[in-house]
Design a protein. Sequence first.
Lengths: 114, 113
Amino acid sequence: GGIITQTPKFLIGQEGQKLTLKCQQNFNHDTMYWYRQDSGKGLRLIYYSITENDLQKGDLSEGYDASREKKSSFSLTVTSAQKNEMAVFLCASCRDWVNYAEQFFGPGTRLTVL
Amino acid sequence: QQQVRQSPQSLTVWEGETAILNCSYENSAFDYFPWYQQFPGEGPALLIAIRSVSDKKEDGRFTIFFNKREKKLSLHITDSQPGDSATYFCAAVATGGNNKLTFGQGTILSVIP
């Protein structure tokens, strides 16, 4: 078994601020993901990393940067927080990119922008 | 363009009833359909999944019915329990290419004791 840890659990920012969210996994998985969850809109893929040192844009990458520092960690940066923005950012990992493998999710970081 | 759609947006059932959650998709290349269950304050967790070569997958009180011709599937939760109250996401992936899931918008299920 393993676990995905996301920090911080709650993040409050100001409009225009640069904010960084962190994710750590101890599954020893190759592939990691960042999703954004908005109420009524499901999960949308922001960035993913197939292996260490790889970075790929998802469907919602504009306004975000990501960094795969090492195999176990994947960070997401909101480059300029938007006023009244509220969303949950979910990190996930899986064993394999090519063949379907279960994606395991962290508990999320809840962002509020004032 | 919403490639995976779920209905209803929210559903309330009494304890002991069967809850039926619906999902449809557009991309014919999708061939694997996991359902995720999410409790408040937690991340989604895999509940049950079906491959497109099957028309039914059962796991305890949870059953997926799959209709490839109509591109529709449904999750049936029999003998619903208050502990089943959660948000359920239908997802789809075209295996053999990449492990990129497309999620529906979710169904919020409430089970009243």
